[in-house]
Design a protein around this ligand. Structure first.
Ligand SMILES: [Zn+2]
Length: 198
């Protein structure tokens, strides 16, 4: 049975962003640095997509190279979905952009954000025509999440790779990978590393 139509890797800077095309709605995972909106639109065009084809945006964690154009996309009608573990972190990178001269950064408008409890994530994705769930996977940051599809694919942002877990000796990171293994993850898509099979 087809669980979702397909996933597309969209890289227009230094961050691997992903579009999951569900049977009903499309979700974007991560953005890149502020100011890269034109690059993003050009890349969408190469895939015969428009920003209007993106229904929801999830940010794996709120570092500047993952959320830089989130507010721009909100203004184009994309709904930013913030998990309960992320609510207190969505402005943590604002100060970095403020220090930049000519920054094109727009801080996220909290009133336009859609809040989602992690316990409701499976239902939310199902309504998009995507079989999967969202897990809280801290280790790189406290607010890190992973989007896990029942097909065995996981989108983990900047989580440190599985084959390096023992190097970090970090119980929080080890626990996050345990959760991903228990969710039967087989292929891991990172924001800055090549895919990993576990
Ligand atoms: Zn990061």
């Amino acid at each position: 049975m087809v669980k979702y139509k397909k996933t597309i890797r969209l890289k227009y800077g230094n961050t691997n962003c992903y579009l999951i095309q569900g049977r009903k709605k499309n979700i974007l995972i991560d953005t890149d640095w502020a100011g890269l909106l034109p690059n993003f639109f050009r890349l969408l065009g190469e895939h015969k997509l428009k920003v209007q084809n993106i229904d929801y945006l999830f940010v794996t964690h709120y570092h500047p190279d993952h959320m830089g154009i989130a507010q721009n996309l909100i203004e184009y009608g994309v709904k930013l979905v913030v998990l309960d573990s992320q609510v207190n972190y969505i402005h943590q990178s604002d100060y970095i952009f403020k220090r930049q001269v000519n920054s094109k950064f727009k801080p996220i408008d909290d009133s336009q954000v859609l809040h989602l409890s992690i316990t409701q994530s499976r239902k939310f994705l199902k309504d998009c025509g995507i079989n999967g769930e969202i897990l809280s996977t801290p280790g790189h940051t406290n607010c890190s999440i992973s989007i896990v599809l029942d097909s065995g694919e996981a989108f983990v942002g900047d989580l440190y790779p599985y084959d390096q877990v023992s190097l970090y000796d970090n119980p929080i990171l080890t626990e996050s990978w345990k959760k991903l293994q228990e969710a039967n993850v087989k292929i891991v898509h990172f924001a800055h590393y090549a895919d990993e099979r576990i």
